[in-house]
Write a protein that binds this ligand. Structure first.
Ligand code: 8OZ
Length: 359
């Protein structure tokens, strides 16, 4: 029977098991410079038995940053730092892809070059506050990107994809989820454009498709995945018809022959009822591997794989606290509980000090 421990081929990546480490923002890059450092090498290496590691969301350019101490992939120092992470994970037999990230409006001038305004599809201020070096500050009204600037955004993805290739990753995942730039273009709560990048569903999907085409050209589609979050309201996101939008996205992504589609199936911080959404229908709309994420445990992961609802499962919070999650699942061993207070920023505490079994 196929289960979490069965190998799987995602594009040209052969995974030893179907237990994936989800992308997790941890805010522990070296500053200044947003450079991956030794404790980041330790953290990822501890988790190398995952079938696949997806790195924390990684800004593709200086304008793509929206949180303190997130490691980028747009300077030579960052590439060298990531190379140490990759080499160490590979030495342990692991596989690791980099998540390419542009935050769009989820930022603050104090985090951007020359105190620039964050950029977005439309000049709509999200509700909520940015995490800055001076603490929480209200989001500002972003600047709407001009249509003739969008090729430059695609170019930033291309350069970052090339940098990830240089660092030796096994592939890349395009972050089009959770209310960041590409998701801001997809959903009509944040995209009010009247040009060919707004309005209809195909128009709102255009920037994502341009980015995917460019990244696939750099990497080959068999080493590229993409993450979406159809009903996640996090970062003040909503859409008038998520099922139609995301089924379309799945359909038009299919001909790329991507390594996988990664779907966050839950909402973070929802205060209202989430819209009904049929994830099985989304999966049928996508021809390729489906990676599920959000609230899965071992039993639900095994059941979803056995019933052919998903091909693999990404685990987030469990991976914060259990570097050896694969071994613990295999032995039905108890899991360490994650300490929320050390999720974002800080030292080794709550980062690299969660014990493995028998340690
Ligand atoms: C939580 C805190 C900061 C960033 C995402 C990159 O939601 C994130 C993120 C999550 O994708």
């Amino acid at each position: 029977m196929t289960d979490l421990f069965s190998p799987v081929k995602l594009g040209s990546m052969v995974l030893a098991n179907r237990i994936v480490m989800a992308p997790l923002t941890r805010n522990r890059a070296a500053m200044p410079g947003n450079v991956p450092q030794d404790n980041n090498v330790t953290y990822y290496t501890q988790r190398a038995s995952a079938g696949l590691i997806i790195t924390e969301a990684t800004p593709i350019s200086a304008m793509a940053h929206g949180y303190p101490a997130t490691p980028g992939i747009h300077t030579a120092e960052q590439v060298a730092g990531w190379k140490k992470v990759v080499d160490s994970v590979h030495a342990k037999g692991g596989k690791i892809v980099l998540q390419l990230w542009h935050v769009g409006r989820i930022s603050h001038p104090s985090l951007l070059p020359d105190n620039a305004l964050p950029v977005a599809p439309s000049a709509i201020k999200p509700a909520g506050q940015a995490y800055t070096y001076e603490g929480l500050q209200d989001f500002v009204t972003p600047r709407a990107l001009e249509v003739n600037e969008l090729a430059g955004i695609v170019q930033e993805y291309k350069a970052a994809a090339q940098n990830a290739l240089e660092a030796g990753f096994d592939g890349v995942e395009v972050h089009s989820a959770n209310g960041y730039l590409l998701d801001q273009f997809l959903r009509d709560g944040s995209n009010k454009r009247t040009d060919q990048y707004g309005g209809s569903i195909p128009n709102r999907s255009r920037l994502l498709l341009e980015v995917m085409a460019t990244v696939c050209k750099v990497w080959g589609a068999d080493r590229v995945g993409v993450r979406i979050s159809p009903i996640n309201p996090f970062n003040d996101m909503h859409d008038s018809n998520p099922q139609a939008l995301f089924n379309h996205v799945a359909e038009v992504l299919s001909p790329f022959n991507l390594a996988y589609l990664h779907v966050m199936e839950i909402g973070i911080g929802a205060t209202e009822a989430l819209p009904d959404f049929d994830f099985a229908s989304l999966r049928r709309a996508f021809r390729g591997n489906y990676m599920a994420n959000g609230g899965y445990d071992k039993a639900r992961g095994n059941a979803a794989i056995a019933n052919n609802l998903v091909d693999c499962v990404a685990y987030g919070v469990p991976y914060i606290a259990n570097p050896d999650l694969v071994e613990r699942f295999a032995k039905d061993a108890p899991l360490n509980q994650a300490d929320q207070s050390s999720f974002y920023g800080g030292s080794e505490k709550g980062y690299t000090d969660y014990p493995a079994l028998g340690a």
